[in-house]
Design a protein around this ligand. Sequence first.
Ligand SMILES: [Zn+2]
Length: 232
Amino acid sequence: VLRYLLASHHPPYARAIGVPLSLRELAAPRLMEGDRAAGAVALTFDDGPHPEGTPEILDLLAAHGVHATFFLVGEQVRRRPELVRRMLAEGHSVALHGFIHRVQLLRSRAQMDADLTRGIAAIEDAAGVTPRWLRAPMGIFSPAALEFARSHDLQPILWSKWGCDWRRYTTPERIRRRVVTGLRAGDVVLLHDSDFYGGKGSYRNTAAALEPILAMVGAAGLATVRFAHSLT
Ligand SMILES: [Zn+2]
């Protein structure tokens, strides 16, 4: 159980359960056509769509011509499918974070199968795209979820850099520093466009940190890439 709980914090545990943390560990990075993995980082945003946070992040990404991947929560997709369509219309990728935001290890296999099935259907219904990437809530995968992923062409993925931007008491500067310190090619960066499962209004800090993060990514000569909607 420890390996599953701590996989996002301890790379050997992530390896032991077969979940990559970065593009460097993916056999084939499977990016959108035109994206090249070498010299690039993947920006990812979890927990949306959110009525305020998501548009704010989408506006910033558009202003900088940057594409990202959004790990969506099915119950939020059902409430705001138009934001998922906007993500796709603006060239971003969508992926699955679960139908509800609950620790997978606390749920039965039947509950997990139903959750992931519903999450996939929510995204398909909203935008006509089948998600091919899966990130567990809190970064804690369960064996049942990983088995479901294997049998449903879902690639599990965690992250190699995070801003801890969901915290109630943090600052844009702290978020920026956590993300850019030691940032290198192949990193998968975790941020949040939503405060549904974090500190209230946390996406405002994320939005304020995003511009300096993008500036630093550019200054380091790194490109940004999105995950593909197909694994083949
Ligand atoms: Zn989350």
